[in-house]
Design a protein around this ligand. Structure first.
Ligand SMILES: [Cu+2]
Length: 292
């Protein structure tokens, strides 16, 4: 008996098929592009709308940011396509085999110089255009000062938002800001501990809350509704739960709510049965208002 045959027989005795059965043969998976595309497309598109999306703007500031985003995406996407096409052309183009560089061939040198100058000029034009657009957008996004209908202080804490309505009859809320629709509101941002970042994607860009400093942001909702925000700077273990809701109300409804908040607190007996709001969950009253 040959040595290999002996070894095979030994292995067969030690490893019977009953102990290690062969896996059943599986039918080859057929790629279903329609299902895959549907799932991927749905996942991508779900990020383009909703209560927390920079691509679903509901204010002038967020509109400006969305326009900047789509303009940059379109222009830079086009630049990428042209660059890839040029690269592909350079890789696949046949050389004449003489091995001479462009510098020693006058017939090639001039077109190369023209192409180089065109690329340099187009890069300068594209970058300058995007820079002008970007700086122009900042004037809208960070415009503040005269004309604000309301000033609110927001103080970041680990891990909640303290909201203080300034002026006569001032009051405080937690994790919820109510504003009148169509009126500019200035928000002063400070922090009581570490760096946080205030971001309501549907209403404005993000702005950091930095210890020892005060930043200001203007928001103006163009439509009533509830807009979710999120701390956008990692600030500790519960950072992911540090949410805030902006509730945009019609002017009359806002004034009624504001007067109610500024009034002396009612005895607890009248408030029995009402829940306590916490960071990460939308205000029940606000949601019922928005679903009307
Ligand atoms: Cu945070």
């Amino acid at each position: 008996m040959a040595p290999d045959e002996h070894n095979n027989n030994e292995r067969d005795r030690r490893v019977p098929d009953a102990v290690f059965p062969l896996p059943p043969s599986r039918p080859e998976r057929v790629w279903a592009p329609s299902v895959d595309l549907l799932v991927t497309g749905s996942a991508l598109l779900s990020g383009c709308a909703g209560v927390q999306s920079a691509l679903d703007p509901h204010s002038e500031q967020a509109d400006t940011l969305a326009v900047l985003f789509w303009t940059f995406t379109a222009v830079l996407g086009l630049v990428w396509l042209v660059t890839m096409a040029g690269l592909l052309l350079a890789l696949t183009r046949r050389r004449d085999g003489r091995g001479e560089s462009a510098e020693v061939r006058p017939a090639v040198k001039r077109p190369m110089l023209v192409a180089f100058a065109a690329m340099l000029a187009s890069s300068a034009i594209v970058l300058s255009g995007l820079a002008v657009l970007s700086f122009g957008g900042q004037r809208t996004i960070f415009g503040s000062g005269a004309g604000a209908a309301l000033t609110i202080s927001v103080i970041g804490h680990q891990w909640w938002w303290q909201v203080r309505y300034e002026g006569d009859g001032g009051f405080e809320t937690a994790n919820e800001i109510r504003i009148p629709v169509g009126s500019p509101v200035d928000i002063k941002l400070t922090t009581a501990d570490v760096i946080h970042s205030f971001w309501i994607p549907s209403l404005a860009g993000k702005l950091d809350l930095i210890p020892g400093k005060r930043n200001e942001l203007r928001i103006e909702a163009s439509k009533p509704g509830v807009y979710r925000g999120q701390c956008a700077e990692f600030c500790g273990q519960q950072h992911a739960h540090m949410a805030i809701f902006v509730v945009a109300l019609e002017s009359r409804e806002f004034e009624r709510w504001r007067a109610d908040q500024a009034a002396p607190a009612k005895p607890m007996a009248h408030r029995r049965g009402q829940g306590v709001a916490s960071a990460g969950s939308p205000p029940p009253a606000a949601l019922s208002e928005s679903s009307r």
